[in-house]
Design a protein around this ligand. Structure first.
Ligand SMILES: Nc1nc2c(c(=O)[nH]1)N[C@H]1C(S)=C(S)[C@@H](COP(=O)(O)O)O[C@H]1N2
Ligand SMILES: [Mo]
Length: 322
């Protein structure tokens, strides 16, 4: 039998995970202690949770949404939604994204809509959000890593924006790009994927009434960790399609490259529709853990939105086009 020498044993193997994580935090914080504002930073590092309460603005004039587009399941708490995040530009540790992104500068913000459109335009965010009434949409949200949440987004249909710039008939796909700035996102270089993060939808998916550009949650403007100031939400697809902090939207003729497909094509396809019958090579997609719950739930085809979206994929082999 092979016995590991002490030097072969990683710290993560001999300490319970919580202790390991806390120690790692402590070591990092100890390094911070060398700086002048150390005590303040240390305090914040160990107490990251109160962030969402202050600083955020209420969104006024939220329009009513037709009932069928929102789920009546109980939303996750603001604390859960804003402290368990995937945003690799800031951190690959879900519980650290909120802290790492807290100073992200989102004003001023511009989004360029370009490519195969009659009226390309660079919008200031303030003008962009006036294109359509802001609505609350309570959506199921399912990550490929088998966790899920119920999120009360505020946003408006992507279709409203696309209609405004008048797509040409040659436009078949929509390509999205996230803001990228190494100085604001210094840990991005450790993420192991290329930036800027890019995503894409087929034109009919982009025009679907469930597809929204979200600008807020729980009636307040989006916090940085959730993709401020504007991010995509496509509730019947795995979470990684919902690209954050968008600066460019380009209408194109060919299927655009997407970040996770580039990183690992065997694992992540272009479509990425939630499908309990098609396993990811590393995780079954049959079940999921709702954040805040102990037992697992069955995952629903198209994340429960089959009535609204299944027709988009009639005749498409969902095993091949995963
Ligand atoms: N730019 C960018 N967008 C991104 C990601 C990312 O790392 N970078 N992560 C994706 C993944 S995998 C998920 S599950 C969701 C998480 O969104 P949330 O933190 O608001 O729950 O954002 C998606 N959008
Ligand atoms: Mo994800």
């Amino acid at each position: 039998m092979f016995i590991k020498k002490p030097s072969d044993i990683k710290e993560s193997e001999i300490t319970p995970k919580e202790t390991f994580l806390n120690r790692r935090l402590f070591i990092r914080s100890a390094a911070l202690a060398a700086t002048t504002t150390a005590s303040v930073l240390l305090y914040k590092k160990f107490n990251p949770l109160p962030l969402p309460d202050k600083a955020r603005e209420k969104i006024t004039d939220i329009a009513k949404t037709s009932g069928s587009l929102s789920t009546d399941e109980k939303p996750n708490t603001l604390k859960e939604i804003t402290n368990y995040n995937n945003y690799y530009e800031f951190s690959t540790d879900k519980s650290e994204v909120a802290y790492a992104a807290k100073d992200f500068k989102t004003k001023p913000w511009r989004v360029s809509i370009e490519g195969l459109v009659q009226k390309p335009k660079v919008f200031d965010l303030e003008d962009l959000i006036k294109i359509a009434p802001q609505e609350e949409r309570i959506y199921r949200f399912r990550c490929v890593e088998a966790w899920s949440m119920i999120i009360p987004w505020v946003g408006f249909p992507l279709k409203a924006l696309l209609d405004k710039v008048e797509p040409l008939s040659s436009a078949k796909y929509v390509a999205f790009e996230t803001y990228y700035d190494k100085t604001q996102m210094p840990d991005a270089i450790y993420a192991g994927i290329d930036f800027p993060y890019v995503e894409g939808l087929r034109m009919d998916e982009a025009m679907h009434p469930l597809t929204i550009l979200a600008t807020g949650l729980y009636g307040e403007i989006l916090p940085p960790q959730n993709g401020a100031p504007i991010r995509l939400v496509v509730p019947w697809k795995y979470g990684f399609k919902s690209i954050k902090s968008i600066v460019k939207i380009k209408l194109v003729e060919e299927e655009p490259p997407t970040t996770w497909n580039i990183a690992s094509p065997r694992e992540y396809g272009f479509y990425s529709n939630v499908n309990p019958n098609v396993s990811h090579p590393r995780w079954s997609q049959a079940r999921e853990r709702r954040i805040g719950e102990f037992s697992m739930r069955e995952t629903l085809i198209f994340n429960g939105y089959a009535d609204q979206v299944a027709h988009l994929y009639a005749g498409l082999d969902l095993r091949k086009y995963f």
